[in-house]
Every structure is written in structure tokens, then in C-alpha cells.
Design a protein. Structure first.
Length: 232
């Protein structure tokens, strides 16, 4: 079962899907880079660009969505999602704050420093990051990442193996479940070597999420897993 079927937001209305190619084009238009700082979006034919296109297509992005991402704010994936939603949706960037060994940072000023750096970066690129909200994510300390009204989609592009080592996986998946509207989807992107897909499925289902679609082998050495929060 593919995740690339027509996308419905939680209201039940049909939303216009955003292809990977369209998302990368939007990223390039919003914040073109000089040749010495060119990234994958500036090299349409290379392998990195193809991997990003496939990842975005798997995610199933649509205009007007409220999206929660868990991962680095400066990644090409985050930039592409932000650019695609800049006019019609909102991106909530859940910044993963850890102590370097997989444990959650307990001091709020540590996150504040990281968030401030991201906020300044976004202010410098207002055309790209105009509708991005930065929130901390280090369960169980920082676990509330639910946008007002809930998210239509959550995308985890982070080292989830840290959650396993630190014993915070259950809290993290419960927080993601709570962030989603009923019927909304969670996409997990994980390394294919050592990503432990069986364990990820187990943790997601224990938090009340249900598998949606088949596991996808992405072009950059990662796997994609889809889940849905049950409900209307």
C-alpha cells in the first residue's frame, strides 16, 4: 500500500499534494544559494537530489498542512518542507536537544540557546522560514509539541536510536501521538543499517499509532515507515 495516494487533511478535505520536485524548486526559489554554497537542490541531476525527491514523495506533503518535524532545522529536508508550506501551511520544528550521549537535556537554557540560533537563521531567511515555529523536543522533559488544533503530519528525521539508549522512546512516541490530529500520519525516517525497524514499529504501536503502508527503501540508505493516529 502506497502512502502517495490523494492526501486528505484531518478535516476530510482533499488537499493539493506537493511533489518532491516541486518542494525542491520552492526551496531554491525561496533561498537560492551562491555556487560556493550550492546544495542538493541546486544540482537537479545528482544522487543527493534524487534521494531528497524520493523522501519528500514518500512523506506525502500537501499544501495547507500543519506539519511537525523532529530533527535538524538546517537540513535540506526541513528547508524543502518549510519552503513548500511558507504560503499555505505552518511548520513546527521540534528541535532535538540531547546531551550528546542520547540523554535528554534537562536545563531549559540549553534548548533556548539552540532555539535562538535557529530562530536567528530563520529571521535571516524570512522568505523560507516565515511560518516555522521552533519548539524543544527532549521527552520526557520537553514533550509537548502539539500545534494549536493538532498536526496533519509529523516527520521524524532524527537519530531515534538515542531514544532507545536513553529509555525515552515511549515518552517520545506518546508525545508524537498527542501532537497529531485523529487520522493524521507519522513518518519515520531511519537508517537501514541499525535502524531497528521492528523495534520502531513496536514502539509506535505501543503509543497507539497504527501502521499505514509498506516500509520504503529510500535512495539515501534510509528506510521510511508510515503510521496513522486512529480516529475520524
Amino acid at each position: 500500500m502506497s502512502l502517495l495516494a490523494t492526501v486528505f487533511v484531518a478535516t476530510g478535505a482533499v488537499a493539493e499534494t506537493v511533489s518532491g520536485n516541486d518542494a525542491i524548486s520552492a526551496m531554491h526559489r525561496a533561498a537560492p544559494r551562491s555556487p560556493q554554497h550550492a546544495g542538493p537542490q541546486d544540482r537537479p541531476q545528482d544522487g543527493a537530489n534524487a534521494a531528497l525527491v524520493k523522501t519528500i514523495d514518500f512523506v506525502g506533503l500537501a499544501e495547507g498542512m500543519t506539519v511537525v518535524t523532529v530533527g535538524r532545522g538546517d537540513s535540506d529536508l526541513t528547508r524543502a518542507l518549510a519552503a513548500s508550506l511558507s504560503n499555505t501551511g505552518t511548520l513546527f520544528l521540534a528541535d532535538v536537544a540531547t546531551d550528546g550521549t542520547g540523554g535528554a537535556i534537562r536545563a531549559s537554557d540549553e534548548f533556548s540557546s539552540r532555539a535562538l540560533q535557529l530562530s536567528r537563521k530563520m529571521a535571516d531567511e524570512r522568505s523560507l522560514f516565515g511560518k516555522v515555529v521552533v519548539v524543544p523536543f527532549a521527552p520526557p522533559v520537553f514533550a509537548d509539541v502539539r500545534p494549536p488544533g493538532g498536526a496533519d503530519l509529523a516527520v521524524v528525521d532524527a537519530p531515534v536510536a538515542n531514544w532507545r539508549r536513553s529509555g525515552t522512546a515511549h515518552a517520545a512516541f506518546k508525545a508524537l501521538h498527542a501532537a497529531l490530529k485523529p487520522g493524521a500520519r507519522l513518518i519515520l525516517l531511519s537508517p537501514s543499517d541499525g535502524g531497528h525497524p521492528g523495534w520502531l514499529v513496536q514502539q509506535a504501536e505501543a503509543a497507539g499509532l497504527r501502521r499505514a503502508g509498506e516500509m520504503e527503501a529510500l535512495a539515501d540508505g534510509r528506510i521510511g515507515l508510515g503510521f496513522v493516529r486512529p480516529g475520524a
